[in-house]
Design a protein around this ligand. Structure first.
Ligand code: F1P
Length: 363
């Protein structure tokens, strides 16, 4: 294994709270969000679009958007926009998310929305001079959150943070925008403890497979945690809405399966019921929450408790960190290099077909 294995990825994960603050300050200094609130439609359904981690980010953002700004919102993989455009609500307010700004499916979706449907879209990226910004009507870029690594970590949380701040700006909720700054400070303080908890979990135990559970904005967070473990450690991961786990997937529970619960406020009691059942079946549990009660504490083999005291939706920005660290240290333990994940490239670009669309896609 490279002597420098994982150097970039761990540095980028541990920089997240500082980078969040940098991004928020930059957005506020330039008045970017206030301008967008004036330009974007507020009477249409928001459709968040992305691929891979950026799709899971879109899922978390869509759920948080409804909680913070009200109104309906959904997340759609960019490939679905291209292959099944009929499912899109038209008109809508699209938000296209892509760290690189060069992912082919996202570019295809942007072209379809802007040039076929004549819809003005917002692009959110960490790149500069990207292909995406040449298509989208509006672009927000967060270069401070970009990564050298293939896998997305701080770009995921920083772009989610920006979208939450946009939602709070639209809702004229100054308290929420302040809470996002407080979350950055709280997470900075807690980071060494989170780091130590996850590192000791991986050093102490080896698991056959991984399950991640969450509801609301934390479902997208659970999806992303699953992807981090798959990408960085080549392990088998699955993700479900927490209460959905009872409807069949619970059959796989055993000591060799690590089941991570991202506990919400809104669903806390119901989610804690699933946690108790998993413990009764001798599953191994990692609980990630803001605050827990003694019953949940007893059912948590491993516990990350943020005690952030910020609104529930805002915490979705910080809760991905334990999942990122779990993927990182599991990969390192297996002798892999998280900076160079197997089979992956940093950007997925596809040759267009003769009509300029995705290979195999009808024009
Ligand atoms: C999204 C993405 C990542 C994945 C890998 C390839 O890219 O699919 O989610 O981890 O890095 O790219 P982007 O559209 O956000 O640049």
């Amino acid at each position: 294994m490279r002597a420098e294995a994982g150097k970039n990825t761990i540095r980028e994960i541990l920089s997240e709270p500082r980078v969040w603050k940098e991004c928020l300050n930059e957005l506020e200094r330039k008045g970017v969000l206030e301008h967008l609130v004036r330009e974007l439609r507020d009477d249409l359904e928001y459709v968040f679009v992305g691929c891979g981690s950026s799709f899971y980010l879109a899922q978390a953002a869509a759920a948080a958007w409804s909680l913070i700004a009200g109104g309906s919102a959904r997340a759609v993989p960019a490939s679905e926009v291209v292959l099944f455009p009929q499912q899109l609500p038209v008109p809508c307010q699209p938000v296209l998310i892509s760290r690189s700004g060069f992912t082919s499916e996202v570019l295809q979706a942007a072209n379809y929305l802007e040039r076929r449907l004549n819809i003005r879209s917002l692009a959110l990226t960490c790149g500069t001079n990207t292909a995406l910004e040449k298509i989208a009507t509006y672009t927000v870029s967060l270069p401070a959150a970009d990564e050298k690594s293939t896998v997305m970590t701080r770009s995921f949380t920083s772009m989610l943070l920006a979208l939450q701040s946009l939602a709070a700006t639209r809702a004229q909720n100054r308290r929420f925008r302040t809470a996002l700054h407080e979350l950055s400070e709280r997470t900075q303080t807690l980071l060494p403890e989170i780091h130590a908890t996850v590192r000791s979990l991986v050093e102490a135990r080896t698991f056959a497979d991984y399950v991640f559970l969450g509801h609301g904005p934390l479902y997208g967070v659970a999806q992303e945690a699953m992807l981090k473990v798959m990408e960085m450690s080549c392990s088998y991961g699955q993700c479900f809405h927490t209460l959905e786990f009872r409807h069949g997937p619970k059959a796989i529970v055993g000591p060799e399966t690590l089941i991570t619960f991202f506990l919400s406020d809104s669903g806390f009691e119901a989610e804690a019921g699933v946690l108790a059942e998993v413990k009764d079946l001798e599953g191994t549990t990692l609980v990630v929450a803001d605050q827990v009660n003694p019953t949940v504490r007893r059912s948590a083999d491993y516990l990350v408790e943020f005690s952030s005291n910020v609104p529930e939706a805002a915490r979705a920005v910080a809760l991905p960190i334990p999942g990122q660290l779990l993927g990182f240290y599991t990969g390192m333990k297996k002798g892999l290099d998280p900076d160079e994940p197997r089979n992956l490239t940093r950007v997925v670009t596809l040759e267009s077909n003769k009509d300029g669309g995705l290979p195999g896609a009808r024009a």
